[in-house]
Design a protein around this ligand. Structure first.
Ligand code: S3P
Length: 431
C-alpha cells in the first residue's frame, strides 16, 4: 500500500485543552430520514459531516427530498410528506448499516419497489433482523441467501405488529418505528435490552406521539410530521476517543463542549468514572428531547472492570477504544456479551485483538469479548484498520502511550464518522 495511505502517530506526553466534536451520527441519520417524511423544509444545524450520513442524504435525495447545505454548514431538507418518489437508481447506503436498516423501514412503507446496496463490508452484515419483522408487517423483501444486501424491497400497505427483536439493536427499533409510522394500526417493539432512544426522541421532535411502557415502544400509524429547525449535539461516540486518550495520561485535563449527554449513549462516562476519572458535566440543557452539555475529565486510577450484559449493549460503539486503552489502565478490563461486535464494519473482537497483539499487548479474545490485563507497556506497530473507522481511531489513541511510532493503515476510513479526526487529535495532544 502506498505510504500516503498511512498516518503516523507519535507518542504523546499529555492530552490537554478543549474541543468540539462533529454532530452526532445516529441523530443526524434519523433527523434526515424524518425530515424527508415531514412536509416542508427542516433546517438541521451541525449535521454530521461523515460519509455515513452523506449516504443517508444521497438516498433521501433519490427518494425525492431536496437537500441543500449553506456556507454555515446548515442543512435544509425539503420533505415530501409520507409518500416518497420511486427512486430511479438503487439506494446506495455505502458503508452505513444505519442507513440501510433504518431507511428500509421507510422504503417498506412506500407503494413502489426499490433496491438497497452497500459496500463490501455492509454487504456482509446481517439484515435478517429487519427483513423478518418488515415481512411480517407486509413488505416483500429479497436478499442474498445469507440474508445480506443487496435488498430488493417491494413496499406496500403495512400493518402494525408486536415484535421482540432477538438482538438489542437501536437500528432495528428505529426501522420498525419508522415502518410503524407508515403502517395501519399500532406497532410495538419490545427491546431485549435498552438501546439508544434517538429514534423515539426524533419522532417526538417531529411531532409524532410515541409511547414507552417498560421495555416496549409503540407508535400509531398515520401520524403527520411537521418540519423542524434543530442543532444536532456533538457525537459522544466521537468524543469517546479523546476522553479515553485523556484517561491514560496522569496529568491530562480535557473539556468537550456541546456534546450529546443522552443517558442511553453516555455509559462511557460511568465506565471512565469507575476507572477512577473525575468527570463533570456542565451547562447541561435539553434540545428537542436530547440532553447536551460540556464534559470535563481529569484522570485517576481505578480497579479491574468487568463490562457485561446491558452495559455492553449501551457501549457498543465505545468498546473498541476502551479495549485499546485497557492495557494502560491500572486494573485492566474484561468485556462479556459483546458478540455483536463481530458483525460491525469489521469483526471488531478479532481486529482489536490482532492490533493489540501487534503492539505487544497481552490480550485474550473470548467468544464474546476480551480479557485484557492492566499496567502493560505497548510498542508502536503497523495497525490494520480493516477499513473500519472506529478501529483506526481507537488505535491512534492507543498509539499515544506506546513506545515508538505507530502507523495507521487505511486511515481515510475515519471519514465514515469523523473526517477531521487526526487534525482534532493534534489539537489536544502535547508532545
Ligand atoms: C446505531 C446503533 C448501533 C451502533 C451504530 C449506530 C444507531 O448499531 O453500533 O453505530 O444509530 O442506531 P446496532 O443497532 O446494530 O446495535
Amino acid at each position: 500500500m502506498p505510504e500516503s495511505k498511512a498516518v503516523p502517530i507519535h507518542p504523546a506526553r499529555n492530552v490537554l485543552g478543549s474541543l468540539r466534536v462533529p454532530g452526532d451520527k445516529s441523530i443526524s441519520h434519523r433527523y434526515a430520514m424524518l425530515a424527508t417524511l415531514a412536509e416542508g423544509p427542516s433546517r438541521l444545524h451541525n449535521f454530521s459531516l461523515g460519509a455515513d450520513c452523506a449516504s443517508t442524504l444521497g438516498c433521501v435525495q433519490a427518494l425525492g427530498a431536496k437537500v441543500e447545505r449553506d456556507e454555515q454548514g446548515r442543512l435544509t431538507i425539503e420533505g415530501l410528506g409520507p409518500r416518497l418518489k420511486a427512486p430511479a437508481v438503487p439506494l446506495d447506503c455505502g458503508n452505513s448499516g444505519s442507513t440501510m436498516r433504518m431507511l428500509a423501514g421507510i422504503v417498506a412503507g412506500q407503494s413502489f419497489a426499490s433496491e438497497m446496496l452497500g459496500d463490501e463490508s455492509l454487504s456482509r452484515r446481517p439484515m435478517k433482523r429487519i427483513i423478518e419483522p418488515l415481512t411480517q408487517m407486509g413488505a416483500e423483501i429479497r436478499a442474498t441467501q445469507d440474508g445480506c444486501a443487496p435488498l430488493h424491497i417491494t413496499g406496500g400497505k403495512l400493518h402494525g405488529i408486536e415484535y421482540r427483536p432477538l438482538v438489542a439493536s437501536a437500528q432495528v427499533k428505529s426501522c420498525l418505528l419508522f415502518a410503524g409510522l407508515l403502517a395501519e394500526g399500532v406497532t410495538t417493539v419490545e427491546e431485549p435490552m435498552r438501546t439508544r432512544d434517538h429514534g423515539e426522541l426524533a419522532l417526538r421532535a417531529f411531532g409524532v406521539k410515541v409511547e414507552r411502557k417498560q421495555a416496549g415502544v409503540s407508535i400509531q400509524g398515520g401520524q403527520q410530521l411537521h418540519p423542524l429547525e434543530v442543532t444536532i449535539p456533538g457525537d459522544i461516540s466521537s468524543a469517546a476517543f479523546f476522553l479515553c486518550a485523556a484517561s491514560i495520561f496522569p496529568e491530562s485535563n480535557l473539556v468537550i463542549d456541546g456534546v450529546s449527554l443522552n443517558p442511553t449513549r453516555s455509559a462511557l462516562l460511568d465506565v471512565l468514572a469507575a476507572m477512577g476519572c473525575r468527570i463533570s458535566m456542565l451547562r447541561v440543557e435539553e434540545q428537542h428531547g436530547e440532553l447536551v452539555g460540556t464534559i470535563s475529565l481529569v484522570p485517576g486510577k481505578g480497579p479491574h472492570l468487568v463490562i457485561a450484559g446491558a452495559q455492553t449493549a449501551a457501549l457498543v460503539d465505545e468498546l473498541p477504544v476502551l479495549a485499546a486503552i485497557a492495557p494502560y489502565t491500572a486494573g485492566g478490563l474484561e468485556v462479556r456479551d459483546a458478540g455483536e461486535l463481530r458483525v460491525k464494519e469489521s469483526d471488531r473482537l478479532a481486529v482489536v485483538t490482532q492490533n493489540l497483539l501487534a503492539m505487544g499487548a497481552q490480550v485474550e479474545q473470548t467468544a464474546d469479548g476480551w480479557r485484557i490485563p492492566g499496567v502493560q507497556k505497548l510498542h508502536g506497530a503497523e495497525i490494520n484498520s480493516f477499513g473500519d473507522h472506529r478501529i483506526a481511531m481507537a488505535f491512534a489513541i492507543a498509539a499515544l502511550r506506546a513506545e515508538g511510532d505507530t502507523l495507521i493503515r487505511n486511515p481515510e476510513c475515519v471519514a465514515i464518522s469523523y473526517p477531521n479526526f487526526f487534525q482534532d487529535l493534534e489539537q489536544v495532544v502535547e508532545r
